[in-house]
Design a protein around this ligand. Sequence first.
Ligand code: NAD
Length: 493
Amino acid sequence: MTTALLSKLDLDDLVAGLPTKLLIGGRDADSAHRATFGVRNPATGETFIDVADATETDAVSALDAAAAAQQSWSATPARERSVILRRAWELVVGRGEELALLMSLEMGKPLAESRSEVAYGAEFLRWFSEEATRIHGRYTHAPAGNGRILVTKQAVGPVLAITPWNFPLAMGTRKIAPALAAGCTMIVKPAEDTPLTLMVLGRIFVEAGLPGGVLSVLPTSNAAAISGALMADARLRKVTFTGSTAVGKRLIAQSADLVLRTSMELGGNAPFIVFDDADIDDAVQGALAAKMRNGGQACTAANRILVANAVRAEFTTKLTERISALAVGPGYEDGTRLGPLINERQLGAVAALVDDAVIHGATVLTGGHALGGAGYFYAPTVLTDIPSGARLLREEIFGPVAAITGFDTEDQAIASANDTEYGLAAYVYTRDVNRALRVSEALEAGLVGVNRGVVSDAAAPFGGLKQSGLGREGGPEGIEEYIETKYIALANP
Ligand code: NAD
């Protein structure tokens, strides 16, 4: 650990070296209206940099560049695309400390978690650099004997990617890497709270030798204007989005006009089920990771912790002890285990959900309030005796609040777990392998962690059921999202 990096001076140096412009066609560009917007440090609430604010005109310029580059990029040998992705992986890993510090500054997460995100986010670049060379079609005889069937795979075409602020690097690389591997060009619109990480990544791709136009990065304070302009242009072929279900629904509706392909990674309301035969210490460790990682600001966060009544007291005591001991502070300061929330709106939303639960009768075991002072800090919190009417059982908390409820039977646990419009992640803690499989199959979720509190992996398909989304990111399934299937009917030779 380089403690030196944590000094104010290093933060100043870091900020001084950051890009502030749009990246269009492989070059830095000012906004067409010369406008800028400020990016805040959530630990202080202060703006630390102003960046170019992309407009509709800039979006169209980026699409001009993407459309012009599309054919040559998809015709570029897969091995060459692969080499560029691999180089980008090396550069990201090589600049890992700088990117980690940047994420702790713009998003707020503790430096150790930023470092983990660098490794995880970079891995998509390496994994899909390998996958680029394994896009296969097939050749077969028509069953009736009247011809041959040739199936080929082609890049979908220019893609718009819209990413959230909670994992500034990984939510970008999870889209960019498979798209580029498949031969698609892409325009990335990073979240306005955390645009800088992907602005740096865009420059890393230039350094890695990516041809201009293949990847543009458009920070903006007006997401709807950018997506509106691009999604009304028939040269765009796909939109891939990670963010809230509300915005995802709007984009799905908008995509109907030009019948765009969509991938949607939306909200979650993950159940975390602890059975009475679980290893309780393991389950506490898993719950701590599944709940408190990223300050609870993860779509996979354990939103509802469901514990068998026989072990509930022991589990609750141990988890409360661990949660109340978390050191809260700016992510870039040594020793911090829990950073600030992303902005004032999120701080207000978390406080409102906790207050609602308490008004309905929930018990606060620790925390339960904002910390006051500069920045957007909320105390690490444990709630129990949650009444069924509490909003936080139905809505994403997106904050450091563990909400524990009890159950008696396996059927009850499954019914409660599935009682939500979401279906992204779920977690099961048990020592009984049959129960683990039975419950995993019964859970309405795209991802199930069995005796694991963190499930994401570049080699595995990530995505949700129900209102948590459409499509998968990561693994072989992740590249399919950027590939069209074409059938060529051949006469018998
Ligand atoms: P958000 O929906 O407010 O914003 C996400 C992105 O959409 C941002 O880039 C934002 O600028 C953009 N956006 C906002 N309004 C838009 C509009 N009208 N048109 C086009 N783009 C628009 O979500 P958020 O607060 O940034 O992120 C938190 C949400 O993301 C949570 O619900 C979380 O569960 C979800 N999320 C899901 C996954 C997943 O993989 N399923 C991963 C991370 C986060």
